[in-house]
Write a protein of this length. Sequence first.
Length: 340
Amino acid sequence: MRKSIILITGVNGEIGHGLVRSLYKEGITNLVGIDLNTPDEFVQERTQDYMLGNILDKNLLERINAQYEIEAIYHMAALLSTRAEFSPVIAHEVNVDGTLNLLDLAMEQAQSRGKPVKFFFPSSIAVYGLPTLDQKTASGAISEDDFRYPQTMYGCNKLYCESLGDYYSHYFKRLSANDTKGLVDFRAIRFPGIISAQTLPAGGTSDYAPEMIHAAAKGEHNDCFVRADATIPFMTMHDAILAIEKLMAAPQEDLTQIVYNIRAFNPSAGEFLNKVKEYYPDADVTFVTNDERQSIIDSWPADVNDDRARQDWGWAAIHDLDTAFSEYLIPEIRSRYEHN
């Protein structure tokens, strides 16, 4: 008998780490992780097994397919937005081909099990592309079907993978005799910038915000690479994990789409710094605009409309900007750096 598991790719990353923490706390222990690097002790202690390897390695995925029965896949492995711009071909291979490999694995598992495999995919506001800053200001909160004209390789990858998920869920080999509709239960969230207290920023274009607070806590200088008026939506890692769990727990019949916006708060970079200074008055931050990275931020919405997530699966963020700091970031970050 194959062991029944939940598979998490990118298990040692920011979201993977948070997901392991939360699922384990709920008593879910049949977690198996994949990562390029050896997971830290925290992850190792809370997973049944982990495998070092690449999601492009089909031999690795075949071994997993043979060894385990997969209930759900949380696909967190990716080459993030900033790094993807330096290596767009590699980003496409990791972000698209890797996702395709895992969707194939999910379909094989669903066919052999005779029941659906849930597949969570973390998409991004990078799928949006506002043509001008004036248009961004005028457009307000963007809905899921608006401005899907990504200006980064990462955004292109995410938007295409959303379509692949739709294909595997509803149209896979539609000319064959076998009915595969619904065997892959693909669900995705277009995340805003995510701010984590537990893990350091890891190469995202939205990392200018968490970089400020981590630098302030360590007493280090920080050059913020965007203008003080740069604005995109953000949320805490706590709320990001909450959203994943709520979406994955929702009955499939309640979902009206496969991809959802979610939001929590959307301060400008200057407003975020002001909040940091409420707790670290000596925070040493200088706005040194990187024009190319700023242009990416300017193409992303200042806010998103998450009405569909609220209606379909009861989404509501726990933290606004004030409570993100007072209840989550400051207690966790002070404990982290004072302990170290």
